[in-house]
Design a protein around this ligand. Sequence first.
Ligand SMILES: [Cu+2]
Length: 316
Amino acid sequence: MRNLQMPLIGGVVLGLAMVSATGAQAKTVNVTMKAVESQIPIDNKGTLYAAWTFDGAIPGNLVRVTEGDTVDFTLNNPAENKNSHSMDFHAAEVDVLTEFAPVKPGESKHFKFVAKRTGLYMYHCGASPMVQHIARGMYGLIIVDPKEGYTKNFPKPDREYVIAQQQYFPDAENYNAMLENQGWTNALINGKVFNYDPVHDPKATQALVAKPGERVRIYFVNANVNLPVALHPIAGIWDRIYINGNPKNELRDIATYSVAVSEAVIADIVAPADHPTNNAIVDHAMSAALRGAITVLMFTPDADPKSGKGDKMILR
Ligand SMILES: [Cu+2]
């Protein structure tokens, strides 16, 4: 799709109408992120870790656009930071040496791309050593919704949740160990060990919730630096898996789906409608599950109606 943006007087940029068959108009979405080097809690009891993040949280903020939209992106790397950082959107088809180039402290970078292909994509910092920038938390997700909207094969979900998993290396400085896959002690789910699992961690105060019979759509990214994830909903079966989050790449009735490093996948689950149930979404690789990668999903009639919607897609 051609980029029909035109600069107007006064520096205002207008996304000109690019009308699809269904009448949806392509738009320009402005996204600004800040590289943040700071101490943040990586478990429910508040253990601090020298993280590198986008905007101070793991994962970074969710970016959501529609197929055909232009993403107008700015990365700010404040002068107080000690390292260069960068942005690599897996949804972008650009030049690795230009758009994705490192940004020094005190500098910023701006680039645009058209999100041409619907799906779910990781984004991450690609500055050297990349293993360290990802392992310390610089990643997130971008959803490129299909311009045709929901269909019979891509039904509208009742709830939507983001789950990002990564290996946790307490020695934040030792990137050689990260390369060798040595020294990781835990798995982080959205930046914390057993983030949403009050069964394994009494200090966990949140869980994913929905009502019986609802369709819950999980936007999952494997942000490990080295290991695949065996994504399984204990006591359930994925109703649909959309590989790379694209409705065309549909699988049905999957117990466990293997998610490659950096792969992002949409996984739908529909619980029985006639009684309350619970699932535990795990990385079935035990070294990850029992060290943090378990997420409780509760289907109860009194589920908070706001959870899994809008800004509650990532439970912070
Ligand atoms: Cu970085």
